[in-house]
Design a protein. Structure first.
Length: 403
């Protein structure tokens, strides 16, 4: 790979954004961080504005291309997402009950600097909420399939091409800068510096569990599809790094689609449907982490782990809440605050600490979510016995490039 290709590659730009962000955040004063925060806010508005458009532009055409299989693919995907989330939570429950009492975790987190208010606020409201976009894309896609509308079929193919151009020429281009501003803020507030010992102590175990769960998902995906799962996994580096920076499955969707498109063992039609759907319905990493952290917080504040019966009920319900959680930073824990309070009995202090400690690792949980989506697509491809390259007529094809 030539030097020019390395410097132009997305993965290089993402890593550079993370490194520069940490450095700049360390040396920035309040005036500089205000500017950085303003840039981050504007870019974040742009990225999240595009998310419903991406969902509509990819899922709806994918459903139409799947034709009569669309309902079956939707059902299979949602079932697998739930099983994966609950399985990850149960795995975390077993590990947590064995390990947490012996961690001796400090009960106080270091004070953080506050980010000053932005110079100005630019509100770019999405056309619709993410979940509304998901439901709309599914209903519209199924309606076109059932009505056999040739006009809408052609229109959706064109919308797919338009969305792809927007993703490649706008969203992908601004992501490295958005990640730079995110890590600059984390560095400035002290999350990366002052809280590093606390961060490492808790997160190290969680990250290992993420990798174990991902390995299991990909092994299952490879077994079901009878293909080498590394063909999919090896392309997910840029998506993983993007998720670390954005802390959002939704914001990482464009890169995840691009990564998955390079895997020759994924059926293109299934891939274009499953990956956007999973960005808001498959949050295995976040669920695994939240299960571990509610036990950590309980140990810190109340001196004991929650009752096993309460934790099992929490896990079963959390799997349902995760399917409806928004794929934005902290979306899983925000969607499940009612469970944390009602099932586990957390008070205001416990809820606040849970939100704080979850925010410390949110990027790693999101990266696990996004990477796991490739395994789900592999499973669905295998279960439906779709063989890539045999009359599947993909709706779009990414240009080959080194990333």
């Amino acid at each position: 790979m030539g030097k020019k290709k390395i410097f132009d590659s997305l993965i290089f730009k993402l890593v550079l954004g993370i490194i520069l962000g940490i450095i700049v955040g360390n040396i920035s004063n309040e005036s500089v961080i205000v500017v950085i925060n303003t840039i981050k806010a504007v870019l974040g508005q742009l990225i999240f504005y595009a998310v419903p458009i991406i969902i509509l532009g990819f899922i709806t055409p994918a459903i139409v291309s799947l034709s009569e299989e669309a309902g079956r693919v939707l059902t299979i995907t949602l079932i697998i997402c739930y099983i994966s989330s609950v399985g990850a939570a149960l795995f975390s429950l077993v590990v947590g009950r064995s390990v947490i009492p012996n961690l001796h975790i400090a009960s106080e987190l270091a004070e953080q600097k506050q980010i000053p208010e932005s110079i100005f606020e630019l509100s770019i409201d999405p056309l619709m909420p993410v979940m509304t976009a998901l439901v709309t894309s599914v209903i519209l896609g199924l309606g076109v399939v059932w009505s056999k509308s040739e006009t809408w079929n052609k229109l959706l193919k064109e919308s797919n091409n338009i969305t792809l151009e927007v993703v490649n020429k706008v969203i992908i281009k601004v992501l490295p800068l958005y990640i730079f501003t995110t890590f600059a803020e984390l560095s400035y507030t002290g999350v990366i510096n002052k809280q590093l010992p606390v961060f490492i102590k808790i997160i190290f175990i969680v990250i290992i569990m993420h990798y174990i769960w991902l390995a299991l998902l990909y092994l299952i995906g490879g077994a079901i599809s009878k293909t080498n799962p590394m063909e999919v996994l090896r392309n997910y580096g840029p998506a993983y790094l993007t998720a670390l920076g954005t802390m959002s499955s939704a914001a990482t969707l464009s890169v995840a689609l691009k990564s998955a498109a390079k895997a020759k063992t994924l059926d293109p039609k299934i891939r274009d449907f499953v990956i956007p759907l999973c960005s808001n319905t498959h949050l295995c990493g976040s669920v695994l982490t939240e299960t571990f952290f509610v036990m950590v917080v309980s140990q810190i504040l109340y001196g004991k782990l929650p009752e096993l019966s309460s934790m099992i009920l929490f896990v079963i319900l959390l799997g349902i809440f995760a399917i409806g959680a928004p794929g934005v930073p902290g979306g899983t824990v925000m969607a499940s605050l009612g469970l944390i309070i009602s099932v586990l009995g957390f008070d205001d202090t416990g809820t606040a600490l849970m939100l704080s400690i979850f925010a410390l690792q949110d990027s790693f949980g999101t990266a696990c979510n996004v990477t796991g989506d490739g395994a789900i697509a592999l499973m669905v491809t295998g279960l439906l016995k779709r063989v890539p390259g045999r009359g599947n007529n993909p709706a779009y094809v990414y240009k080959e490039e080194e990333i």
